[in-house]
Design a protein around this ligand. Sequence first.
Ligand code: NAP
Length: 347
Amino acid sequence: MLGATGAVGQTFIRCLAGHPWFRVAEVAASERSAGKSYAEATRWIEGELPADVAALTVTPCDTGSVRSPVVFSALDAAAAADLEPAFAHEGRVVLSNAKNYRMEPDVPLVIPEVNAGHLAILEVQRRNRGWSGAIVTNANCASTTAAVAMAPLHERFGIRTVFISTMQAVSGAGYPGVPSLDILGNVIPYIKDEEPKIETEMQKMLGRFTGSAIEHASFVVSAHANRVPVEHGHTTCLTLGFERKPTVEEAIEALREWKGEAIVRGLPSAPAMPIRYRDEPDRPQPRRDVMDGRGMTTTVGRVRADNILDLRLVAMSHNTIRGAAGGSILNAEVLVQTGVIARSGAA
Ligand code: NAP
């Protein structure tokens, strides 16, 4: 685990406790933390710190210190830039949460229920870069919430235009994150670098793998990103225009019936339902819905007609689980299924 001491790193450790296929063998972070025990280096935020991880010594994030074949990365973008490719070059499979490589043409940007098929681009990546390892990325947490809700609708009706306004939880800013006096009782209508990610990543994820490249979907996105005083769970209000306009009932049926790509079903971190559609007029709500499917289900509600485009709806999911650590672990489970990660542990 690279960046093991941060908000996403800690979520990885919680999600991997008792995992049937992966064991946290090594924890790495900055020079500030290296050499300390994990318990000493980390201000553990939530729940019980697993005793076996607490006792591990934090190492620096270099390929000599970290020997594991599977590398979950919760690094800051500045650190990820050089470190992640170095691990891939050394034959490790890197599951990255950082923004650096998401939009590279030969790097898969994956929410497995939506586009597990894009993982086939790894063959091109390895050929292009001469890596025996690989980098697989997952998306920005707000893009993830929206892309899951949009996937069933795009499949059936073709999305043409997206207007999105987000209400993003404080845990999305890492730890210690936003100062309490800035966020308590407040809304901040700006999250640095967030809107450009939301405006580009969804087209890649909802795009098509041609056999040699990922062809991006052609819809346009206009995004407003807001930070709100919620602990976990990004809420996104979406207004959508379609190629073939569905009725409200048809859109709800598509959301209810969607199961996502078959390869994901039954995997250890896969939720029973990738989307839960709720009929109550005041849902989804982070406080009530964020842990649905152990934090891996996206809750959608309020599908209704729109006066400017075709339909509007609200989608919400857990930013550090579905939008980061849990999503990365599910990607790794698909890579085990497809043989990219060998079951013996050797990549
Ligand atoms: P965070 O709480 O600030 O944690 C950052 C981690 O990176 C810490 O473990 C830190 O170690 C380590 N680090 C920082 N500089 C380093 C360096 N030069 N060398 C090695 N390690 C270094 O951030 P976070 O929220 O967990 O986010 C981690 C990554 O996930 C970011 O790229 C972020 O954009 C992405 N992401 C976050 C979310 C979310 O909801 N939070 C969702 C999706 C993606 P020390 O403790 O030693 O400083």
